[in-house]
Design a protein around this ligand. Structure first.
Ligand SMILES: N[C@@H](CCC[C@H](N)C(=O)O)C(=O)O
Length: 301
């Protein structure tokens, strides 16, 4: 393959991430490459985090976030932790300032290896999420699925963490709902003109909830960091939880703090390096670097 770049297969609590090193280049990872990579079981992913040269002074990198269907996303909490781990291993730095289509993103690696990402401020206005029609109270909008007189899911809280989220509050085990069936219908519901990430949340206590997510452009995932943030702020906003909560996603726990002082949402959790290789960002053709397969721990790209 002629024109390859380095990449790492990583995960954030099971959220499948490809971190692609596009620094020093002008081209971008194409939607066709993303779709081809996702079609191969070895490189199947939820998001690509493409690291580009910084566009603004004081920032460490520009990051493109690409879903497995080739669409672009504005936020990816789990992927951002993966980028931090890879760049921290490369540079020895602990703190980073990234730039995405949604704005600036601060992140840091702690001494225990966990990583915190400042996911910015949540937005609740119907135009900001966005919704297709006006809702005065976005903590509970009129939307339901299932029989009209006995809906399976209804009245979600909606929020933007840079990307659109709907959180359906449920009483039963989150695994007892057919999210694989309802997720695509709700993701593409006309109320969401830019589609939406769809989550079901069960509050366990004022400090803990369980969450499953059907991701816009990626489908069922083991973890969605921005959904955990949207669920945490929606839980606090509706009086269900405190402002700091543990959000148990299928891949494990994330700590989410909705900071009172500046309204920012801080997500903390792990990242894991799996293996690395080289790929063609135009076509998605890739080669695995076998020498790295059996090594564990944080690694540079
Ligand atoms: N996995 C991500 C969110 C990914 C973006 C999403 N699918 C979208 O299109 O908005 C996370 O960890 O936040």
């Amino acid at each position: 393959m002629a024109d390859q770049v380095q990449f790492a297969r990583m995960n954030g609590l099971g959220n499948k991430i490809l971190v692609v090193d596009m620094r020093g280049r002008k081209d971008r990872v194409t939607p066709a490459a993303a779709i081809a990579l996702n079609a191969d079981p070895a490189t199947e992913f939820d998001q690509i985090m493409a690291i580009h040269d910084p566009k603004a002074a004081g920032t460490d990198a520009w990051i493109d976030i690409i879903n497995s269907d080739g669409s672009m996303a504005q936020a990816c909490g789990n992927g951002t932790r993966c980028v931090v781990q890879a760049l921290a291993a490369e540079t020895g730095k602990k703190a980073f300032l990234f730039h995405t289509v949604a704005g600036l993103l601060e992140a840091k690696e702690h001494d225990d290896g966990t990583i915190s990402v400042d996911m910015g401020t949540p937005r609740f206005g119907w135009k900001e999420i966005p919704l297709a029609e006006e809702f005065h109270d976005t903590s509970r909008i009129e939307l339901q699925i299932g029989p009209i007189d006995d809906p399976v899911l209804h009245s979600p809280s909606v929020a933007s963490m840079g990307n659109p989220h709907a959180i359906f509050w449920v009483e039963n085990d989150v695994w007892s709902y057919e999210l694989d069936r309802f997720g695509p219908l709700l993701e593409n519901h006309p109320i969401f003109p830019e589609r939406a990430n769809i989550s079901i949340a069960r509050v366990r206590s004022r400090e803990e909830m369980d969450l499953r997510t059907w991701e816009r452009g990626a489908g069922l995932t083991l973890a969605c960091g921005s959904a955990a943030c949207a669920a945490a702020v929606s839980g606090a906003r509706t009086g269900r939880t405190k402002r700091t909560v543990t959000v148990n996603v299928p891949g494990g726990p994330l700590t989410i703090e909705w900071r009172e002082s500046d309204d920012h949402v801080i997500m903390t959790g792990p990242a894991e390096w799996e293996w690395s290789g080289r790929l063609d960002p135009a076509t998605g053709a890739f080669e695995r670097d076998d020498a790295t397969n059996s090594q564990n721990g944080a690694r540079a790209l």
